[in-house]
Design a protein around this ligand. Sequence first.
Ligand code: TTP
Ligand code: MG
Length: 356
Amino acid sequence: MNTSRKIIHIDMDAFYASVEQRDNPELRGKPIAVGGGQNRGVTTTASYEARKYGVKSAMPGYIAKSKCPQLIFVKPRFDVYKKVSLEIREIFSRYTDLIEPLSLDEAYLDVTVNKQNIQYATEIAGMIREEVFNKTQLQCSAGVSYCKFIAKIASDINKPNGLTVIKPQHAVAFIEKLPIEDFFGVGKVTAEKMKLLGIRNGSDLKAHDLFYLIKHFGKSGKFFYNIVRGIDDRPVVPDRKRKSVGVEKTLNEDIVDVSILKSEVAKISHELEIRVRKNNFKGRTITLKLKRSDFSIITRSKTCLHPIEFKDHIKELALNLINQNVHIIGKIRLIGISLSNEENVTLPINQIELPL
Ligand code: TTP
Ligand code: MG
């Protein structure tokens, strides 16, 4: 286990909502949700005042309103969030070039060797938080540890406006106590599966050997086995320009029934819409990937004139691709849908070649 690295994870607090409260003083101290409004669409995020009522990210507007009747809906302004994102990245780059953004508002930093020769990562995290606030008037939280996994979980512990340090000698005890749903990389479905197997926290997970975990969780089994022992040597990989955003799902059982396949596509479309928002990535090309039970792969794509961002649109396009290929589909074990071909500016209609 390599504990000599110094990794910081930074995550802005209630990002979109805080930006809106910053720019409109009337919204400060009030429960607000950024998103499509109470009738249509979902909440991208909520201010901490709204979270007290149970309003959360990815919640349909009408449910959010029923939980908090005085909730104020605000339209997102992605250009402003992108600007803030660039500002905070500039601050990170004063300390290191090893910056790996996960979305607009969060990033890993490897400061083992840093530009200012500061010995303690905790000190750097404190300085970054202060500089972020001075520049943007926004708060962020930081997690400091020797690996990405623990730094990321740590940044969530004292949110908002928190700084949490997990030293290597405390890492294993920390992970053992961690509830399984707080493990980064364990999604809702896996967490449920783990609970059915009696795994409620790190300690329970640690009680199982590698063979058992691989049998139940496939490739992720190895990741879980290592992580629960505090082993995570994944490097911080500097800024790769995102080229696509996608969701893949390995099915519990192989599917032959096209109607079941279509209902899975609906679920994946919903998850993909959430990811599109979180990454602020809108592609014009949709790709459907189907892996058959014999591991052969079919991929089919379609490019649209305008960016694809909403679940109904994603679903409609993906279902068309299925319908066009229904005769060759066979028995499916994995479904993936991704969007690529990012287009920030929509071309005027006369510049697009329309199909004849
Ligand atoms: P998060 O960092 O997950 O959430 P947050 O910054 O709003 O709140 P926290 O204090 O808990 O970190 O996501 C960053 C932004 O990404 C968020 O402000 C809005 C957007 N987002 C979505 O659009 N959809 C989503 O489902 C999620 C989770 C976030
Ligand atoms: Mg955040």
